[in-house]
Design a binder for this molecule. Structure first.
Ligand SMILES: C[S@@+](CC[C@H](N)C(=O)[O-])C[C@H]1O[C@@H](n2cnc3c(N)ncnc32)[C@H](O)[C@@H]1O
Length: 297
């Protein structure tokens, strides 16, 4: 996601999503990651007067805020407080038989990053939480406290693509024997101490990859994405399009491979669609965004 103040919220790749999704006024669309509702609002505007959106959002704060922002579309927006991984059962529960398109804009929202107490960021010292859905039981602190050194190293290596994974895991396990590692600040300090100075990246915080890795593990992000992609064709009508925006290579690889390998999909974007230079300048988070689109055959 994006920018901005709640009032003017321009989501990543908004124009590109509308161009590829091709929403029409009688259509029913799913936004798998409602967030503050930027993409949903764009679809609702484009499909005036009767297009409808079902928005999935498992973070209560985001769902409430999006509901307030989009209160002007009471009959056209339905918010589901569940994971998009439960797309099919949730739609069945609503009596929906087919959808005309789906968008998912993955990852963490600016709202979540800005709420320091959610524990996603090393910019302030808060409880090491990182749950997008606070009904969940697993937090980043519980993983750091309970997993073995090898399990932690694997999370940092596979989900963070962190080359110093083993060393960081060793430092963490030593540190937790002295006192629980339960805050973002302490985790960031331990990572900074574990990684030799010459390997500290010049432009980003040295703990960036470790924080990404823990967030992916806490929220089961890659499993959820795989499940969404595997099950979405069951509810997409033939010709419906699926647009997925990813922010790192692990997610992008899953989308790219599934679109090619699953015979229910035909790929529409041979190469991923990326934001224009102007958008990247306006919104730094857009820099790593990649949009891939497929159609239900
Ligand atoms: C990048 S933001 C989406 C922003 C949105 N497109 C907008 O314009 O406001 C991602 C949102 O997806 C939500 N999310 C992430 N994984 C989810 C999942 N498995 N199910 C439902 N929501 C999820 C997050 O809580 C977050 O609010």
């Amino acid at each position: 996601m994006p920018l901005t103040s709640p009032a003017i919220h321009i989501p990543v790749l908004q124009d590109e999503v509308l161009a590829w999704l091709q929403p029409t006024p009688n259509g029913l669309y799913v936004d798998g990651t409602l967030g503050l509702g930027g993409h949903t609002q764009a679809i609702l505007e484009k499909t005036t007067p009767s297009g409808r959106v079902i928005g999935f959002e498992w973070d209560e704060d985001a769902a409430v805020k999006a509901g307030e922002r989009l209160s002007g579309y009471p009959d056209r927006l339905h918010i589901v407080r569940a994971s998009y991984a439960a797309l099919v059962p949730e739609l069945m529960g609503l009596g929906v038989e087919g959808i005309d398109g789906l968008i998912a804009d993955l990852g963490v929202s600016s709202l979540q990053l800005d709420q320091a107490e959610r524990g996603f960021s090393f910019r302030a010292d808060h409880a090491l939480d990182m749950r997008m859905d606070r009904r969940g039981l697993i937090t980043a602190a519980s993983l750091v406290a309970q997993l073995s050194e090898e399990q932690l190293a694997n999370i940092f290596y596979y989900y963070g693509e962190e080359r110093q994974a083993r060393r960081i895991a060793r430092f963490l396990v030593e540190a937790r024997q002295e006192a629980p590692v339960s805050t973002t600040g302490r985790l960031a300090e331990i990572v900074a101490a574990a990684v030799p100075r010459k390997y500290h990246p010049p432009k980003v915080h040295v703990a960036t990859k470790v924080f990404q890795a823990l967030r992916i593990a806490v929220n089961g992000e890659l499993d959820n994405l795989a499940k969404l992609l595997a099950t979405a064709p069951e509810v997409m009508v033939p010709g419906a399009r699926i647009c997925i925006i990813t922010f790192h290579s692990l997610e992008d690889r899953i989308v790219k491979q599934t679109f090619v390998q699953n015979p229910a999909y035909a790929v529409l974007t041979k190469r991923p669609v990326e934001p224009s230079r102007a958008e990247m300048q306006r919104n730094p988070r857009a820099r790593s965004a990649k949009l891939r689109v497929a159609v239900r055959v």
